[in-house]
Design a protein around this ligand. Sequence first.
Ligand code: ADP
Length: 192
Amino acid sequence: MKLLIMGAPGAGKGTQASALAARYDVPAISTGDIFRANIKNGTPLGVKVKEIIEAGEYVPDELTEEIVADRLAQDDAAGGFLLDGFPRTMHQVHFLDRHLADRGERLDAVVSLVVDPDVLVERLLDRARIEGRADDNEDTIRRRMEVYAGQTAPLLYHYEKLDLLVEVEGTGTVDEVRERMLDAVDRHTAAR
Ligand code: ADP
């Protein structure tokens, strides 16, 4: 299974990505997690992306794509993967399309977690209090929402046209959303 999970900041991508990846026994690959780990460890990549991420902006496409290409080349991703937080721009979409086409592969489904914008901000502010992520302060959250709406939300149309999009209502408890999502993906993939 080759899957993507998309959603605005705070939609619950990371949480639900683990469940989805476990269900289909594929690695969950989060570009946000990869960047944060590099920042934490002070690697050259971490140094490069720290300020960008803390400002709520996107890391440049070429750099992000290089990271993803390296990660997808690892053995555990050979049989399938779940990408969480990639692609986020049309440039990244084209990169992924080419990457898969070169290998004679294609995506199976793109999950989109849909959550009301007011709920998103609430969740992110709660998460800020609990986890203390540097990009979870109010100004940065607002900027991340804008960047998402401008650059990433349009990608949903691309995947809808390809009949890959599985929209899932992301409000409710974590368990409710998980069951709803797993059912929807099962139905989508069974029907293909
Ligand atoms: P969220 O969806 O809550 O914003 P993520 O962990 O997915 O959290 O991403 C955190 C940040 O990492 C993003 O705001 C962005 O700066 C950077 N980032 C993650 N994935 C990408 C990507 N595909 N392209 C560019 N920047 C990215």
